[in-house]
Design a protein around this ligand. Sequence first.
Ligand SMILES: [Fe+2]
Ligand SMILES: [Fe+2]
Length: 369
Amino acid sequence: MSRMEAVDLRNRTLLVLGLLPLWGCGEPATECMAVPANGECPSAAEASDTLLGDHCGYTVNAVTGEGELTEVPTWDTGAGQGTREECCYPTLEAVPVGTSCVVGRPYIDATGEKVAPARSGRGWARGRRPDVRRLTAAERAVLAAAWTEDALVEHASVAAFARTTLELMALGAPAELLAGAQAAAADEVRHARLSFALASAYAGREVEPAGFPVGARVEVNADPAAVAAATFREGCVGETVVALLSARAAEAASDPAARGLLALIARDEARHAELAWRTLGWLVRTHGAPVRAALAAEVAALRERGVRLTQVTSGAPDAVLAAHGRIRPHAAEEVRRAAVEEVILPCVELLLLQAAEGGAEDASAGATA
Ligand SMILES: [Fe+2]
Ligand SMILES: [Fe+2]
């Protein structure tokens, strides 16, 4: 029995006993999936196979009832446009600490990952447009949705770096780290504008972000260990993976606009990842043991859970998606493995080893002094 099957069995037992909410399986929520060809929603048990598990930014722990055909908003409903029918099920969902989709540095708060809604508007899209003449309406719709999603995450990264700047200031970080965070925020504005330009071209109308749902208050973390853990997850892991994914997608893209944007994102995200590693190095040197412990826990979690990739785009022929910058699933998986095994784990382990040796030397120096 796989771990997922065991978790599913436990949840069903707890559900029968009315104890599921007490297990900490999360908050009541709704999860939807595409309507099958026969037009009928699968049973809750069948739907569990598709819905349970990690999604981008949250985990569906249980499907607690039968599904219903429901009109759900499509990506562009910030302007109140577009719905489609899906099978929606009551669920219990949780936001595990530190989870996110890998598409760049996310903005995460206590309720999960945040992005602005999209709306029609001319304020943001700026940059080279793809050639959409040979695409069908369905292919354009798929590409519009995918690039809009990416554009919104790039836009959210601006907020993420704004908060990073405040956290670094709270911790008394050196000037070059602050300058790096500010420059990275400006990079993310550029990524968002260029991504909205692509999305607008595929959509056939101008798309931009509405107000960012920052909420009434922004949590700024001034605990070095927590900042180190978030920096590792969101910068060292998230931005390393997205840099490599973008580079691979750029190689496969034949449309000049998509290719150019992805090449730019790959270069910038590699620089953002370097900034995250430099930040981590500074935190390890200046705050010692608690930061090392937090990082060791992150490494253990990464080994156990791995990295969850952006939902890979589907709904159009692979060759069309690749030509317009959407990475193929097998390539994404290869990149993910290489990022974790060739870059992230060796680097963080060396950093921890060096810090531990430094700590041991300090301790022995202290003992002989
Ligand atoms: Fe970005
Ligand atoms: Fe970034």
